[in-house]
Design a protein around this ligand. Structure first.
Ligand SMILES: *Cc1c(COP(=O)(O)O)cnc(C)c1O
Length: 439
């Protein structure tokens, strides 16, 4: 598989270049030159495949010409090696939930991060460059922990997580700051935007990059995006297995921030998956909703909400969504954009809990809110649940008036010893820190 850029369709790069560059030199995002279309007969049989088989089917179709099939299989199996099966939960007639959070940090980002880590490890084997590769990631919570846990134990790679003081909660921080070994937690005395700027400055620093190998692991990286398509195939297959008629296509409700998850869903759709429509749901940071309504893409500073994973003012994968759909009109044909405020989020969490006896986190709640008003037996709708409710334990406890025990999977992080480096928000100190790292 070769890749092109959303800014320059004549560009061609290999999988290796796409993964290590992160984004194209022209600022565009990588996409496959040709998206493989799977045979229609296959979709009738999706229900007979388990998650690992679906994973292999999707990833071998995408990457089978770039690496040996045995390697694709090994990476997929290791990535999806979860403690719990991913099965649909029906909360009321026509409304289903797929919990995409059974990985180590209980967030859907685990799959992309784990896949990327294993792919990077494989691709580096064929490269002559020596020295530790540093994966820089600015995080306000979920990304840092998913990437740190994904790359944990990957030899020759160090993850550096930059996060703003006072924004990331103690439970989230423990998911990367206690890993030690090849994960370095850097607390920046500033905002999330300062963290992102420090990462950008490091990438633009040519002298630094000659001595300190760097790469990025945001959802802009194609290695995180491709494997997320597996979820969508699995969701449709599992609905079929549960006896739901998917003949007219399935509606998928996606909580959106940087639009990486949605872009992966669109990729699955372009591969032939029978999708009726996507509900792309934001919180009050409704940049995509405004675009779909007015035709103008206007990023703005982010607002903070009770669904913090959705607080993005400049959706990083927007260009991919535009390229995968083709035009605004075509996008409107397959995506229905929605947005909601904190009150809607609270209401959706309470409805799910009291009416449907089901616990959702505030980020998932935006999708639940939109899906609940539309789902019916005629339009089976799947809400993609992106994180376990206990990741935002305090918010969920307050909203629902319950006590939420921390699952063992997250509680064990709290037992580890924290190792944190504190830095000011200026670039000089961060630069000195990077130069001083062991090579
Ligand atoms: C990252 C994240 C999202 C948003 O996904 P995007 O790919 O950025 O649109 C939604 N929910 C949770 C819990 C997340 O961590």
């Amino acid at each position: 598989m070769t890749f092109t850029s959303t800014n320059d369709l004549s560009l061609r790069v290999s999988l290796r270049e796409a993964v290590f560059n992160g984004s194209a030199a022209d600022g565009g995002l990588y996409l496959p030159v040709k998206i493989p279309r799977l045979p229609a007969a296959l979709f009738a049989n999706l229900s007979t495949l388990d998650l690992h088989q679906v994973g292999y089917l999707v990833m071998s179709s995408l990457l089978g010409d770039a690496m040996p099939l045995s390697v694709v299989k090994a990476i997929v199996d290791d990535t999806l090696n979860f403690e719990m099966p991913v099965v649909p939960i029906t909360t009321r007639a026509g409304l289903h939930v797929m919990e995409l959070f059974h990985g180590p940090t209980m967030c859907f980002k685990d799959v992309g991060a784990r896949f990327m880590a294993r792919l990077v490890s494989y691709l580096r084997r064929g490269m002559s460059s020596s020295g530790t590769l540093n994966v820089l990631v600015a995080s306000s919570g979920d990304t840092g922990s998913a990437v740190a846990n994904g790359f944990r134990d990957v030899k020759g790679v160090r993850v550096i997580v930059l996060y703003p003081t006072g924004v990331v909660n103690y439970i989230q921080e423990s998911q990367f700051a206690t890993l030690g070994d090849n994960v370095v937690a850097v607390e920046v005395n500033g905002t999330f935007d300062d963290c992102k700027r420090l990462v950008e400055e490091a990438f633009a620093d040519e002298r630094l990059r000659r001595e300190v190998p760097l790469t990025s692991a945001t959802s802009v990286n194609i290695a995180r995006l491709l494997p997320q398509a597996i979820y969508y195939f699995h969701a449709v297959g599992q609905l079929q297995r549960a006896g739901v008629d998917t003949g007219r296509g399935v509606t998928l409700a996606v909580p959106c921030a940087n639009l990486g998850n949605l872009a992966s869903g669109l990729l699955a759709w372009r591969m032939g998956l029978p999708v009726k429509r996507f509900l792309a749901v934001e919180n009050e940071n409704n940049i995509f909703y405004r675009y779909m309504t007015t035709g103008n893409f206007e990023p703005r500073p982010s607002l903070s909400s009770i669904a913090p994973a959705l607080d993005a003012g400049k959706p990083g994968n927007f260009a991919r969504v535009a390229a995968l759909t083709g035009s605004l009109q075509a996008a409107r044909g397959i995506i229905e954009a929605h947005c909601c405020n904190d009150d809607d989020i609270v209401n959706a969490m309470r409805t799910a809990w009291t009416r449907d006896k089901y616990l959702i986190d505030p980020n998932t709640a935006v999708a639940y809110h939109a899906a609940d008003s539309l789902a019916s037996a005629d339009e089976p709708t799947v809400v993609l649940a992106t994180a376990h409710a206990s990741k935002l334990k305090h918010t969920v406890e307050q909203v629902l008036g319950i006590e939420l025990p921390l699952p063992r999977q997250l509680a064990r992080f709290l037992e580890g010893r924290r190792r944190v480096t504190s830095l000011p928000s200026g670039y000089t100190a961060f630069r000195r820190f990077l130069f001083a790292l062991p090579k």
